[in-house]
Design a binder for this molecule. Structure first.
Ligand SMILES: *Cc1c(COP(=O)(O)O)cnc(C)c1O
Length: 398
């Protein structure tokens, strides 16, 4: 027995935080950590943003929860705002990213079902993908380590190599319903699909009447410097899942779709108890108040440029530790030469938080409200960590 009542599913660092302020987390003993993990791209506006605190506490004094059996004005409003700011016509609210993906996959299957092709239920996904931890989304992600021990993999997912358009074309069969991808793979190691590849996917989807589903759970809500990452490209999806940043730390997710794609989602075919409840919607609307402010996304892009230069200079300075910089906007990665877990441990020793990702990458996801001064501070801390690691490596060789 480990002495804990909790499932041992998380390898938790021995750190507990009591408070948060902007880009900083503070332990019970008052130590301040610079937070470039942001709850894995969740705390989009940092910790305890005054506008979010006010929205949540105001709503908490009025009404916490009503069932989706009734009208929820905050939900209609957030839905309309997301529609206004995106390709979508319809929105379904959830509590998490995985649930948003479940809704996306179900929406695609129902589209074909109501159009007289019930045999079309399969979704093509990409190696390195991460779509969540439910039985369907581990099948969609296709990573063996997440599938092991949970019985037969849910049917209906066909995985192809990253960015391989010929493999996609070959994988399309009479049962194919949709293509699903993250415009930039997050857990997979901050790997962006090139814009021309997205164009080709869109063309293939149109040619075969497949639905193109984007997983913007990590990339959405300003993380890349536009509201949604697809807005950097010339394509639009038919369906899109978001979560993480839209709640700024409150559990919120959503599935967005065009009128046409959502046509099969008729009364009774899908549902949720908590999704879109008044507390969640108050916070989601408050996040959009800030992110949609004029200049906010421009300032994210300016911060990101600055951060990228800082990271690039660290790669030049410590070639034994880092290989290159990846990412878009404030979704950033340092591809490591040493084990990314060792690099993360050294960074945490400097009282700074980051996260690992696949492909031996150290992920840096500061709040979108991070300041230039905090980016400079992050650079110093990573430099101190890297200098220590580089010295150790030289010692070993000598
Ligand atoms: C985090 C994440 C998910 C899963 O979200 P949960 O809220 O943990 O269910 C799905 N897709 C992507 C791209 C993610 O980053």
């Amino acid at each position: 027995m480990s002495g804990s009542a909790l499932y041992e599913t998380f390898a938790r660092a021995p750190l507990a935080f009591e408070r948060g302020e902007g880009s900083w987390l503070i332990t019970e003993s008052g130590e301040r950590y610079l937070d470039f993990a942001a709850g894995i791209a969740v705390n989009s506006l940092g910790h305890c943003h005054p506008h979010l605190v006010a929205a949540l506490t105001e709503q908490a004094g009025k009404l916490w929860h009503v069932s989706n059996l009734y009208q929820i004005p905050g939900q209609s409003r957030l839905g309309e705002r997301l529609v206004e700011a995106s390709f979508a016509d319809r929105v379904f609210f959830t509590n998490s990213g995985a649930e948003a993906l479940e809704c996306a996959i179900k929406t695609a299957r129902r589209y074909h079902y109501i159009n007289g092709r019930p045999e079309r239920f399969r979704t093509i996904t990409f190696e390195g993908a991460f779509h969540g931890r439910t039985l369907a989304t581990i099948a969609a992600g296709g990573q063996q380590k997440y599938l092991d021990g949970f019985g037969p993999k849910a049917d209906g997912f066909d995985q192809v190599p990253f960015g391989d358009i010929e493999a996609v074309e070959k994988a399309i069969g009479p049962e194919t319903a949709a293509i699903l991808l993250e415009p930039v793979q997050g857990e997979g190691g901050i790997r962006a699909f090139p814009a021309p590849f997205l164009d080709k996917l869109r063309a293939l989807a149109d040619k075969h009447d497949l639905l193109l589903i984007l997983d913007e759970v990590q990339t959405g809500i300003g993380r890349t410097g536009k509201l949604f990452a697809y807005q950097w490209s010339s394509i639009e999806p038919d369906i899109m899942a978001i979560a993480k940043g839209i709640g700024g730390g409150f559990p919120v997710g959503a599935c967005l779709a065009t009128e046409k794609a959502a046509a099969g989602m008729t009364p009774g075919v899908h549902g949720t108890t908590f999704g879109g409840n008044p507390l969640a919607m108050a916070v989601g609307n408050a996040v959009l108040d800030v992110v949609l402010e004029e200049d906010f996304l421009d300032s994210v892009q300016a911060r990101a440029l600055n951060a990228r230069q800082m990271l690039a200079s660290l790669v030049d300075e410590f070639p034994q530790v880092f290989e290159d910089v990846r990412g878009n906007g404030l979704l950033m990665g340092l591809k490591c030469r040493m084990a990314n877990t060792a690099v993360l441990a050294a960074v945490i020793d400097t009282k700074m938080l980051a996260v690992t990702a696949g492909d031996n990458v150290l992920r840096l996801l500061p709040p979108l409200t991070v300041s230039d001064e905090e980016i400079r501070e992050a650079g110093e801390r990573i430099r101190a960590a890297a200098a220590g690691l580089a010295a150790l490596a030289t010692e070993k060789v000598a």
